[in-house]
Design a protein around this ligand. Structure first.
Ligand code: HEM
Length: 496
């Protein structure tokens, strides 16, 4: 009896394997190279690694299999792309704009927020929120960037007795505070739960990576029964409580200040993003859940990405003393002996610093890979990739292509001088993604980074502790290491 059952099982597996291999999708996918796989289960087993090891493997598979390679298992499949021409085909055309797996993991947390939504909802929200990041709004946010730069300098001053500082939590808290105040009109000092919010979202990141690298995620109903799913649910509850609190406060404040009248009197007033959403709620174009989804999205996407970018940049500049001197010289040319606060015009003069920020985002893109779920076949690198496939864009490796960036590991800001970018395919540099679904906060992020970095380097000399070669990256939604990142700060007035 058992033997018969085993025989039937084998037969079913053979039929399934033959079906998956020889149907249209199987035939197309078989032409795309990839690591060795087993029938039906594909690469599921070899993907079961630690997130450090997986990060390394993904990089080495690119070296082995080149411009287009695949991973698959059960009903899921993904291809990985690197070539700017392939990236352009995917990102430029709005037909391929769809976010599916793995962004669907984020739905429990971010709902229909801009990062994960699709179709009409995405379109309507993108249009609704774009004015909050118009240059007029940015100029207003600039004062908040300056105020938080000063707070950051004070925090560092209070920690100078330490030999060196872990800049990861420092940048996270600063970035979150700036995001709360600019986009949500909330002062973070009022929020006692900032640390637990940050912890919860970092743990949520771990849950999502677990989902990516464990076979159970492939079968959603199994996943729902797992411990990770229960943990994820409770973390999401903590995070939602934090954002609900911010929204309620803002609603209350607006009601108390009779915001309706103010709005009519000050048509030119620049509003934080949350006020735009609350106004839209009054018009009936978005509901309470929609508002919370966007607040969750912006709080996460807006603070974590910038904090990451600043962290790696500070570490790298500390390790590049000559480049740091050149940034300081540029600041001396702008400020001379004065200790005045910077202006928006000063920022436009910081051309060398801007090249350094770009070079840092090349080497350490906060979003190391992005993905689309294609709903129509696409031809990439001469191969037809069937619809319903995930296409992963590996920004980290695209930015390290030696044909585009000779000696790619070297930090060379002059790569971004206008004369040196002539003829470079714009899709070979995509820290903010590209095309219609690019980063809505790109200009905001650049302005914030310039303000913070110039303030920091003007007051302190950054000295190396963690070195670029010490970094061990892990697979996560945002570029992270499995260890702290330390830097020493020396007040310039104490330097010989
Ligand atoms: C250095 C800082 C930043 C980097 C490197 C960055 C990078 C990116 C990237 C690569 C994407 C595309 C993601 C994808 O397609 O999967 C993206 C999307 C997005 N970013 Fe940023 N970002 C940064 C800062 C910000 C800031 C400050 C905000 C908010 C103020 C923001 C809000 C968003 C939103 C809402 C999306 C989704 C846009 C859409 O799908 O329409 N980002 N960002």
């Amino acid at each position: 009896m058992i033997l018969q059952l085993l025989l039937i099982l084998c037969l079913v597996l053979i039929i399934l394997a033959a079906y998956f291999r020889y149907n249209r999708v199987g035939r197309l996918m078989s032409k795309i190279p990839g690591p060795p796989r087993i029938p039906i289960f594909g690469h599921i087993i070899i993907l079961h690694k630690t997130s450090e090891s997986l990060y390394q493997h993904l990089r080495s598979w690119h070296k082995t299999y080149g411009r287009l390679w695949k991973l698959d298992g059960l009903h899921l499949r993904a291809v990985n792309i690197y070539h700017p021409e392939d990236v352009e085909l995917l990102l430029f055309n709005s037909i391929y704009n769809n976010k599916g797996m793995p962004y669907t993991f984020l739905k429990g947390w971010l709902g229909e927020g801009l990062l994960v939504s699709n179709g009409d909802i995405w379109h309507q929200r993108r249009k609704m929120l774009t004015p909050a990041f118009h240059f007029r709004s940015l100029n207003k946010y600039f004062n908040i960037f300056c105020a938080h730069t000063q707070s950051l300098l004070h925090t560092i001053e209070n920690e100078l007795d330490k030999e060196y500082i872990d800049i990861v939590p420092l940048m996270s808290k600063t970035s979150l505070a700036v995001m709360c105040e600019t986009a949500l009109g909330a002062k973070v000092q009022e929020m006692s739960s900032i640390n637990s919010y940050l912890q919860s979202i970092h743990k949520l990141g771990e849950c999502y990576v677990n989902r990516l690298i464990t076979p159970e995620y492939m079968i959603n109903n199994f996943y729902k029964l797992s411990c990770t799913a229960r943990r994820e649910k409770s973390l999401i509850k903590d995070v939602h409580n934090y954002t609900k609190n911010i929204i309620q406060r803002r609603r209350r404040n607006r009601n108390e200040n009779n915001a309706g009248n103010i709005q009519e009197n000050n048509l030119n007033e620049v509003k934080p993003m949350l006020d735009i959403l609350l106004d839209e709620e009054a018009k009936g174009t978005i509901d309470d859940t929609g508002i919370r989804n966007e607040v969750d999205t912006f709080l996460f996407e807006g603070h974590d990405t910038t904090a990451t970018a600043l962290t790696f940049m500070i570490m790298r500049i500390a390790n590049e003393p000559e480049i740091q001197d050149s940034i300081y010289e540029e600041l001396q040319d702008i400020f001379g002996d004065s200790q005045r606060s910077p202006t928006v015009e000063d920022l436009t003069k910081m051309k060398y610093l801007e090249c350094c920020i770009k070079e840092s985002l090349r080497l350490y893109p906060s979003v190391p890979f992005l993905s689309r779920f294609i709903i129509k076949d696409i031809v990439l690198a001469g191969r037809t990739v069937p619809k319903d496939t995930m296409v992963h864009v590996h920004v980290f490796d695209i930015h390290r292509n030696p044909d585009v960036y000779p000696e790619p590991e070297k930090f060379r800001p002059e790569r971004f001088l206008p004369e040196n970018t002539v003829g470079r395919n714009p899709y070979s540099y995509i820290p903010f993604s590209a095309g219609p679904r690019n980063c809505i906060g790109q200009k905001y992020a650049m302005m914030k980074m310039k303000t913070l970095m110039s303030g920091l380097i003007w007051k302190y000399r950054l000295e190396p502790v963690t070195k670029p070669e010490d970094l061990v990256f892990i697979l996560d939604m945002v570029l992270r290491t499995n260890h702290p990142i330390y830097v020493r700060f020396r007040p310039r007035e104490n330097l010989p």
